[in-house]
Design a protein around this ligand. Structure first.
Ligand code: ZN
Length: 291
């Protein structure tokens, strides 16, 4: 297979510079029927490691099981998404802490604020966010952050806990002002296939050169956010990690660099933030004790 620095349908990361998907909801039931095939396609596309998003206690438990079944290749986050902040699970903090302590869990979250959907009352969202920031600091793990239409409160809460935490603003789709604010706070920035959308992603492309190489991470957020330029479109409309090279190629083009150079820097940034082990294309028969 050839490597392209453009977003061709066959974009494959170079074996010399494999990719890491830092946000994949692999515990989602849309992957239940063919999860191993999804993982095989990811590996064939050069996506060698993934961080599985936990967004409730239940999905965190499933993410952790998957990480344990694929040591040094899959990792998990442990958290309560703002959508679920008012559910009973969000209050079971001892349980969340126990999950978050597992060595396969490399971040606390997905946590943050979502005033766009407002599925949970805002005060419950803020409370859950505060507690998860405290947990991350206590465990010395980074935070995996979600924010939608809640920028001011989100930044205020992060400032209250600064500079103890480190973390990534996952699925960044904001403005130039929001980006410079995040960079000033010390956040890494996660970019999804949103950038592949000609209509709503073009402002993002213009912001790509402003992100320092060591702070730019790439993610699919599958099964959500199928890049709009995937051809042929899967009948299921499901996104998966094998599409990550296409996202990375679009980011690389917007920054005026090659896919290989973007892959190298984003993977190094992901390893540094989540403290992932180096891994080439061929995972050895590693055991869970490796971590
Ligand atoms: Zn999110």
């Amino acid at each position: 297979m050839r490597n392209h620095s453009t977003a061709s349908p066959a974009a494959v990361a170079s074996p010399a510079a494999p990719l890491i998907d830092i946000g994949i909801n692999l515990a989602h039931d849309s992957y239940d029927a063919d999860r191993e095939a999804v993982l095989a396609r990811a590996e064939a596309a050069g996506v060698v490691q993934m961080v599985i998003t936990g967004s409730t206690l239940e999905s965190t438990r499933r993410a952790l099981e998957l990480a344990r079944a694929h040591p040094s290749r899959l990792f998990a986050t442990a958290g309560v998404h703002p959508h679920h902040a008012s559910e009973p699970g969000a209050q079971r903090e001892a349980e969340l802490e126990e999950l978050a302590r597992a060595p396969e869990v490399v971040a606390v979250g997905e946590c943050g604020l979502d005033y766009y959907r407002d599925f949970s009352p805002r005060d419950a969202q803020r409370r859950a966010f505060h507690r998860q920031l405290e947990l991350a600091v206590r465990l010395g793990k980074p935070v995996f952050l979600h924010q939608r239409e809640a920028h001011a409160d989100f930044v205020a809460i992060l400032r209250e806990h600064a500079p103890a935490w480190r973390g990534v603003a996952h699925c960044f789709t904001g403005s130039a002002e929001e980006l410079s604010c995040y960079l000033e706070l010390g956040l890494a920035i996660g970019i999804t296939g949103w950038i592949c959308d000609e209509r709503r992603g073009s402002h993002l492309a213009a912001l790509m050169p402003k992100i320092p190489a060591g702070r730019l991470l790439v993610e699919t957020d599958g099964p959500y956010l199928l890049p709009r330029d995937v051809r042929p479109k899967p009948a299921s409309r499901r996104n998966e990690p094998a599409f990550l090279p296409r996202i990375a190629a679009t980011v690389a083009r917007a920054r005026g660099e090659t896919l290989e150079s973007l892959a190298r820097s984003s993977s190094a940034a992901a390893r540094a933030l989540f403290q992932l082990p180096e891994l080439g294309f061929r995972p050895q028969g590693a055991t869970a004790s490796e971590n």
